[in-house]
Write a protein that binds this ligand. Sequence first.
Ligand code: 26Q
Length: 744
Amino acid sequence: MNKEQFVTKLKQLDISGKSTIELYNEISAFAMSCGLNNVEKPAIKNAYYLSMEFLIGRSFYNNLMELGVLKETKEILAEKGIDINVFEEIEDAALGNGGLGRLAACFLDSAAGLGLPLQGYGIRYKYGLFKQAIENGFQVELPDDWQRFGDPWSIRRDDEKRLIEFADMKVYAVPYDYPVFGKRINRLRLFQAEGSPEAEKISEYLYPADDTAEGKILRLRQEYFFSAAAIRELIEEHIKKYGKSFEKFPEFNVIQLNDTHPVLAIAEFIRILTSEHKVIFSDALEIAKKTFAYTNHTILPEALECWNAELLKKILPNIYAILIKIHLKQREEFAKLNCTSEEIAAMSSYSPNGFSMANLAVYVGKTVNGVAKLHTEILKNSLFKTVYKYYPDKFQNKTNGITQRRWLMLCNNEFSSLLDKAIGNGWRTDISELNKLNRVISDYTEDFILIKEEKKRQLFDYIKHQEGIDIPQNFLAFSQAKRLHEYKRQLMTAFAILEIYNGLKDGSIKDFVPSVFIFGAKSAPGYKRAKGIIKFINEIAEKVNADNQTNSLLKVVFIRNYNVSYAEKIVAGTDVSLQVSTAGLEASGTGNMKFMMNGAVTCGTMDGANIEIVELAGRENNYIFGAEVDEIECLKKDGYDPNTYIKLHKKAVESLIDGTFNDDGTGYFKELYDSLTIGASWHNPDNYFVLYDLKDYVEVLLKINGDYKNKYDFAVKQLRNSANSAYFSSDRTIKEYAKDIWEI
Ligand code: 26Q
């Protein structure tokens, strides 16, 4: 970055009569041109991150920070009478649903920050994840037209567009390049589909479901579209530099598949090598086996993609043919290993159900990784048990991480400054130095209490402004912010709140410290139960907040349109992070890490990365409750009857059906009740053990409430969490990928 040049330009900027959006575009353009001044030479070996989602959030503040001019920009604008916060009007680029997409964005940030050559490939959706409105307590989806603010952080590359062919149409993939600033400048290349109105549909919408493997043609087209564009480009680049020596391809390229969504890239790679460059099939497959690596992000069966054979044959006949060939080769290989027919069936990428993208990825992938210790163990011992038996060396763990630049430095300047004072500013470039805080916690606890209060005040002010709900400053803040899903158990939190509310009303709960429960969550538009849960929480919020007998003690807020920018405020202003998924089902979680780093305690189950959080920060500094994986397994085996537990929570649970709350005749609440008590054709009653864990949950929430009376000791626990959070920096995660998988 040429800082002087930027500062001069900014000082000369004439602001008169310009709208915020115009200023945003001009300042961003200055930063782009100065930031791109000295792009270094491409690396010899690059890692490529193929992902359907990049949940970037707002680029403006982050990029100015990475370019080292955020402070100057703030000052220069202030001189001109502009508060830098006006740019919060520019909405996020939400080209992702949740954890998987945000992880991709954190990884790009960390790689650039560390100077590692990691390049991203994805789709430039015209509309990102829907904007969420709440009408009468119900979620309503509105289109997210993020480009209406302009897109000054990208460069369109018409000269590098490529043609992608389906059986029934041809589509141009036009690249848009987003520089990722850091110690080196990497590139996120997002493809936009063009050529005809049908073609344009391919990159029109982000799939808003984060769980269902619906066999939708459009989804198939999206997956192939960007995977094929990326692969074609990489092969052409290789030929340009090294000729047709494809056996050398893995020396210069490694391709990380972000879940199964880009797995067709494997077939496309083999297709191009065999049909366009006359490489023999088995050689092409061997090269692919050295090039691709696969990350799994979920074990939920409904999220494991399986492509229907007829559909593939129709839309992508050449890819279909390659997939069949891979499958035959695979069977040969398994037979040589003397696998039983059950084992072959378990590992096979083709079955009467269709083509299993996960089985293809683990077969071809040189490595397979889970995203937290427990999750990787589950992959080895359950989901991919058979593969693990025959190919144990493929399996690795790579516990997720988050970038401390966005999730601490940018969102919590106040705490960051305190850290500078307490341990020096070395942690800003080497996050492992955060551990030093452990030695001086008692010297800075009082300061930290004040900072937490300030961040809480900022959050509550924002909530007041956005949601119109007043939360007094002294309230203890609990937050559950994540996608709405049954396994994440927001419903269990809703019941726990009702238990507390009822206890306050009947006087059985005494000496209660005023508390607020903050929810942020979007439901997939077609996910009825999740939508029912949102309505239920909003009904509870309305009742509880309006009750003058209790509302000086208890409040509930369901924030609208939870997104990256809102998250930045929530993680900094929260005391207690709620991470209460059914044990075994949350692959990792990354929100848990953001809260931890900002000094919140975790109230959670032994699931995903929570386990590693308490390992590092101490179980005594967090609040763990509920059934662990083994216990859940036993319950499933021995038969679990939720009706024996309902008795303990009759009033709360029956409020779904006894007229306490109103779902406007949608039937949502009755359906939720039935899901707990009688189950449905596709699952047992209370499939996620909400009622089983509820009693412990309420107890632990009350314990936290009691502990908070000693503010000092509570703040020490919070600081212990932050002081031990360096491990959850995505810098650490990326270094592990670079060393153990990518060899860059
Ligand atoms: C599949 C088929 C059809 C349509 C959509 C999908 C689909 C889309 C998104 C399936 C899964 C996803 C996203 C999954 C996801 O976000 N998983 C989360 O990944 C995080 C990063 O590793 C983890 O921290 C979370 O625990 C995990 O839930």
